[in-house]
Structure formats: structure tokens, C-alpha cells
Design a protein around this ligand. Structure first.
Ligand SMILES: *Cc1c(COP(=O)(O)O)cnc(C)c1O
Length: 320
């Protein structure tokens, strides 16, 4: 395994080209008027399996050598990474085992099985998923693919920002949702190579501001699992690969509150007919909060995913 680089992003783009969607970039006059800016929204909610995670997962699996491919992969996640690994493995004709907590939403378990993944359930209060994952990997010769701290995952995620720069042209600022930092560090490699003058902001949930604190303090801050509706960004710390890139390249890390996420989710649904999950709204929520500072600028935003159960979607909108 090698350090993630821009060349790695270009190689990932070639690997995923025939399988991933080149998602559309959309705009809204209402949004442009609100911010006094030109805003380009990269719609990864319309990516295969509903989130950018497909990019990194497919790139990581497609990079494995034939013997490793044959043995299969294992991943632990109850969210988009699990579905991305299950779908990518089935496209590449590889067996995939996904470790999920016993109380994972039935819809997510069903979706992972639907993509051909073998689901192994563990007790999240009594068992350590990393330990189980490693034990399974060792016993059956499986390759463990982590959700963000992996060079091929980071390079795969970077392909979304590369497409955005191609589709939207020059940008003055780019807003990217932040959990463990795979998407942000991949975007940072692209920005450094293609648009060094573009400001780059990572955006995390207000309740889980470990990234912001890590950037300020200069070392990785660990927190308890944050309580937030942004379930794709409930990470406890940045990665040892993602943090140095973020620290070197990112302009700042901002936060958005759950109320701002719901407000942005409603705006995207009502005005643009886009279903975006709470985590996917982080970037746009922060851009809207920044407001006047963006006046006259060309702004890019990654809408990172759209996997929200419709009952949950309605409940969140009704409650605010
Ligand atoms: C995983 C995920 C994120 C966070 O990505 P990281 O690479 O962990 O920072 C953001 N949005 C969605 C929809 C996700 O699934």
C-alpha cells in the first residue's frame, strides 16, 4: 500500500469509470440568490447505492490482486460503506462479509443482503467489531477494507471532486462533509493539484467536532460517538492517513447543527426535488451559514449521499 496521491485519484477514476455514475452537478436560482453566489451542487446522492462511498469501495476492491479477490473481503459498518462494499464485491464477482450490529435498521441489513453481501451480526455492547473482523479476516484469508483510512479508498473518494472541477470549472470555495475524512482528504489531493487557489472546507456535525479540534490542536482528537442525525459522520476520530492530508491542505473545518441539516434537507427536497440524507447536507448547511462571505464567489458543494429511510425523512421534516 502506498500513500494516497493525485495520481492515485486519476488511476481510481479510470478503474471506476465503467461502473460508477458521473453524477450531475445541479444549481438553483433561489440558492444563488440566497447566497449572492454561484453554487454548484455535486449530486452524489444520485451515485450508485446512493452515496459517494461506492467510489472508494469499488476502487479498493478492483485494486486487489486475483488471489485476494478470490478469497473475498470483510467490512464492518451499518451504513453506506457496507452497502458500497457489498455492491462492489458483487460487481467484481467476489464474496463479501459484512459485520453489522444486532440492532442495525432492518432496511440497511436487507439492502446489504440485496447487494449480495453475507451479513454477520454482532452485539455492539458486548463485542468488539474490529476484533471480530480481524479474526474473520485471518481465519478465512479475507481482506479487511476500512471505511476511510485506506489509500485506495481515499483516492476513490477523490474522484467526486475531480469530476466536479471538470463539470463546474473554476471554484473559489469547496464544501465537503466530514466523518473520518476519506472524502475530504481525497478532495484535498484534487484541490492541491487542480485548483490550489480554491478554499477547501470540511464540515462535520456540531455534536461531533473532533475534526475541528484535531485541526486546531495539531493531533488527532478522539471523542465518544456523537449524538446527531448525521449518522454517516458519527465517527470518533480522523484517520492516521486522512489527518495529515487534511491538516496540510484544508482551509478550515466548520460545523453544522442538526436543525441546520433539517432546514437544508427541506430546501433541497422542496426547491430542487433532491432527497439528501442529513449527513449529505453538511456542506450546504455550512455554506448557507457562511452567507455574506461567499458573495460573488463560485462555490462547489458535495452532496455526499441520499440514503434516508422515507419514514425517517418525513419524521425529521415534521419535527422541525
Ligand atoms: C461516510 C459518509 C460521509 C463521511 O465520509 P468520510 O470519508 O468518513 O469523511 C459523509 N456523507 C455520507 C453520506 C457518508 O456516507
Amino acid at each position: 500500500m502506498t500513500e494516497p496521491t493525485f495520481e492515485g485519484v486519476l488511476a481510481a477514476a479510470r478503474r471506476i469509470e465503467a461502473h460508477a455514475h458521473r453524477t450531475p452537478v445541479m444549481s438553483s436560482r433561489t440558492l444563488d440568490a440566497e447566497l449572492g453566489a454561484t453554487v454548484h451542487l455535486k449530486c452524489e446522492n444520485l451515485q450508485r447505492m446512493g452515496a459517494f462511498k461506492f467510489r472508494g469501495a469499488f476502487n479498493a476492491l478492483a485494486s486487489l490482486d486475483p488471489s485476494r479477490r478470490k478469497a473475498g473481503v470483510v467490512a464492518f459498518s451499518s451504513g453506506n460503506h457496507a452497502q458500497a462494499i457489498a455492491l462492489s464485491a458483487s460487481l467484481l464477482d467476489m464474496p463479501a462479509t459484512i459485520l453489522m450490529p444486532h440492532d442495525a435498521p432492518a432496511a440497511k441489513v436487507a439492502a446489504t443482503r440485496g447487494y449480495g453481501g453475507k451479513v454477520v451480526v454482532y452485539d455492539r455492547y458486548r463485542e468488539d467489531r474490529e476484533q471480530i473482523g480481524r479474526a474473520l479476516a485471518e481465519r478465512d484469508g479475507l481482506t479487511l477494507i476500512p471505511p476511510y483510512d485506506h489509500p485506495d479508498v481515499i483516492c476513490g473518494q477523490g474522484t467526486a471532486a475531480r469530476e466536479l472541477f471538470e463539470q463546474a470549472g473554476e471554484l473559489d470555495a469547496l464544501f465537503v462533509p466530514l466523518g473520518g475524512g476519506g472524502l475530504l482528504s481525497g478532495s484535498a489531493l484534487v484541490r492541491a493539484a487542480l485548483a490550489p487557489d480554491c478554499q477547501l472546507y470540511g464540515v462535520e456535525p456540531e455534536a461531533g467536532d473532533d475534526g475541528q479540534r484535531s485541526l486546531r490542536s495539531g493531533s488527532i482528537v478522539h471523542i465518544d460517538t456523537p449524538r446527531t442525525i448525521a449518522d454517516g459522520a458519527q465517527t470518533q476520530h480522523l484517520g492516521t492517513l486522512t489527518f495529515p492530508i487534511i491538516r496540510r491542505e484544508v482551509t478550515d473545518i466548520l460545523t453544522a447543527s442538526d436543525a441546520e441539516l433539517v432546514d437544508t434537507m427541506r430546501f433541497l427536497a422542496e426547491r430542487m426535488k433532491l432527497v439528501v440524507e442529513p449527513t449529505g447536507c453538511l456542506g450546504l448547511a455550512a455554506a448557507r451559514r457562511m452567507g455574506a462571505q461567499l458573495r460573488g464567489k463560485r462555490v462547489g458543494v458535495l452532496l455526499s449521499g441520499g440514503n434516508v429511510d422515507m419514514a425517517r425523512f418525513a419524521e425529521l421534516l415534521a419535527a422541525s
